[in-house]
Design a protein around this ligand. Structure first.
Ligand SMILES: O=C(O)CCC(=O)C(=O)O
Length: 287
């Protein structure tokens, strides 16, 4: 990360997230709506039963981006890349994404953080390893399932770190226990309502959740996982990330145009550092 004094960077580092307004053109949003509806229609009913709390969790890997070029367009969107560069990330890399679609009248999501590098000392510093970029295809509000976050929880211990040890367990994903602490109001939480076409970028280690969708309309979101500062990460971290994303970066097809777009965002590590085993639980160094 190129350290600048920009207000934008300070806010991102302190809060753990930053909102980019008005990134996507209406035509691209329409196309994303059409294709995500098509992809959601292809899922078995059991997928939605298993994912009642998030809504859906359909993987967007590199193969999917090669099949549906609208995802490739999103992954390399020039306005987004420009905003990332302003934030100090001039050479971001892309891992994978998910279509997270809350059906009408569906429950809230559980509180979680997606940090999986807690045995890596970098996770305890402001240098981000993995970041989400979330886009929504409708305007979001507390009524239809907007995002909720706990600012600062990426670098500061919160009671939930000890109270919600499980993450994406079957019990949480199926909403089997609505009384679980992970579904309750959390100290310090705020809403992040967004317009369709905005994006929110956040540290993977930030605690986040989403409101229930209490409307008659589907609320589809796309969570796209980037490694914004990959090129400046220590070798062990690069080795770890590449070992975890190898499968999602594998492509069986290669339309030239999309390949040209996507290749600069591919992560490659050719050194001999050993990967650090995944660790989903923060250690005592998170104070
Ligand atoms: O559905 C949302 O708004 C949040 C999605 C989410 O928590 C995630 O992708 O990790």
């Amino acid at each position: 990360m190129k350290i600048t004094d920009s207000d934008m960077q300070q806010r991102f580092v302190n809060d753990g997230f930053y909102v980019f307004r008005n990134l996507l053109e209406p035509e691209l949003i329409d196309k994303l709506r059409r294709i995500t509806d098509e992809v959601l229609d292809q899922q078995e009913e059991t997928h939605f039963e298993q994912q009642r709390a998030p809504g859906s969790m359909v993987m967007i890997d590199w193969d999917m981006a090669y099949r549906y070029d609208v995802f490739a367009e999103l992954i390399v969107h020039p306005k987004m890349l420009k905003r990332l560069a302003e934030l100090g990330f001039a050479q971001p890399k892309f891992g994978h994404g998910r279509v997270i679609s809350k059906p009408p009248h569906s429950p809230r999501l559980f509180w979680h953080e997606d940090g999986r590098f807690w045995d890596d000392p970098v996770s305890y510093t402001p240098q981000p390893i993995q970041c989400f970029l979330m886009y929504y295809l409708v305007d979001t509000t507390p009524e239809n399932g907007c995002l909720r976050v706990i600012p600062g929880s990426h670098l500061k211990r919160h009671a939930l770190h000890d109270e919600v040890p499980e993450r994406h367990t079957e019990k949480l994903s199926t909403y089997a226990d609505p009384g679980h602490i992970a579904f309750q109001y959390a100290d310090g939480e705020i809403d992040v309502p967004l317009k369709a076409g905005d994006a929110v970028m956040g540290y993977g280690t930030l605690f986040h959740s989403a409101h229930a969708n209490r409307t008659d309309r589907r609320r589809t979101g796309l969570t796209m996982w980037y490694y914004p500062d990959f090129v400046n990460l220590p070798e062990h971290t690069q080795a770890t990330v590449v070992s975890l994303e190898t499968k999602t970066q594998t492509t069986s097809r290669s339309p030239r145009r999309i390949q040209r777009l996507m290749e600069p965002l591919r992560m490659v590590y050719e050194g001999d550092a050993d990967p650090i085993p995944q660790q989903w639980t923060p250690g005592v160094d998170l104070k």
